[in-house]
Design a protein around this ligand. Structure first.
Ligand SMILES: [Zn+2]
Length: 318
């Protein structure tokens, strides 16, 4: 009798574990939560496959895309979509894009990058807004996916794969990276490596330019300050930037740049207005060499400017 009970319970346990493995959380566009978006992040990681540091890096490039390239990029991972309601991941993505209204209303420069992680349905999809279709045509989306993202993701490196995909997209949107036109080269590794190298160089150039601009801004700010303690003007060293009041859709925020007087060591500061709908940090945080912290940047939901996608983009299963 005891043995029978034991084997029964083993059977139940096996069944239960089988069911829990087989069961994939499936989303429709209405059940994708806004929590991450409201939490000042461009990344919504429902599959929990992106490490905090990689997430920070993705946010860095998304913020850069918004501030410097005028393009809104959002990243979403999810275990699965409700396959009964959508014919494809791309169809799901297009609907979600238009629910979130990525990109500015006038320019429609938005890009939604989706990843389904369920092992049986692994797929990447890019959905582009009308304003990006020219710069980032479907063929380019496809090449970023198959040449750059899939090789990383096949090995399980989902976060790094998404990060490289965002970087490559930034490079192409910026115009600093031009993909060679020979599609036959796509399949061989030399071609893929060349593309990767070009994108990397392009991104480095952009990042260096952005960091330089922010450094200049701080230098100018430091030069304009007169020490409240010793009265010496312009002898300041930048120390840190803090968001005092985070902006919202309706109200501006306040940021504070701290400087140390090189004459007497006194801490001085200068407050700046952060525009409505802005993430509040811009490059201020990143250019100081500190890593982005969770919630340290991003955008309010309202800053998704009302953009629309007609279904541009591409998908790759892997
Ligand atoms: Zn001083």
């Amino acid at each position: 009798m005891k043995r029978k009970l034991l084997s029964l319970s083993i059977l139940f346990l096996t069944l239960a574990s089988f069911l829990s493995i087989a069961e994939v959380t499936r989303y429709n566009v209405k059940t994708v939560p806004d929590t991450e978006i409201l939490n000042f992040s461009y990344v919504t990681d429902l599959s929990s496959v992106i490490s905090p540091s990689v997430k920070d890096s993705i946010n860095f490039y998304c913020r850069f895309a918004k501030d410097s390239l005028g393009a809104e990029i959002a990243v979403l991972t999810l275990p699965g979509i409700d396959t009964g309601s959508y014919g494809s991941l791309h169809e799901f993505g297009t609907e979600l894009y238009n629910r979130w209204n990525l990109g500015d209303k006038k320019t429609n420069r938005g890009l939604l990058i989706l990843l389904v992680t369920n092992p049986d349905e692994r797929e990447i999809s890019f959905v582009t807004g009308y304003g990006l279709e020219g710069l980032l045509p479907d063929a380019y989306c496809k090449r970023i996916q198959s040449n750059i993202m899939v090789p990383l993701m096949r090995g399980g490196d989902y976060g790094p794969g998404l990060l490289e995909g965002v970087k490559a997209s930034c490079g192409i949107i910026s115009g600093d990276v031009v993909l060679p036109d020979s599609s036959e080269e796509d399949d061989d590794w030399v071609g893929a490596l060349a593309i990767f190298a070009m994108i990397f160089l392009g991104i480095m150039a952009i990042a260096v330019a952005a960091v330089r601009a922010e450094k200049k801004r701080k230098e100018r700010m430091g030069q304009s300050l007169t020490c409240t303690n010793c009265g010496v003007k312009g002898n300041m060293k930048y120390d840190r930037y803090v968001v005092l009041v985070r902006p919202t859709r309706k109200s501006v925020g306040t940021g504070r740049y701290y400087f140390i007087c090189q004459n007497c060591g006194e801490e001085n500061y200068k407050d700046v207005v952060i525009p409505k709908d802005s993430d509040g940090t811009g490059f201020a945080g990143s250019a100081g060499g500190r890593p982005f912290v969770g919630g340290g940047g991003g955008r309010s939901f309202g800053s998704f400017g009302g953009g629309f996608s007609g279904g541009g983009g591409a998908s790759t299963r892997f």
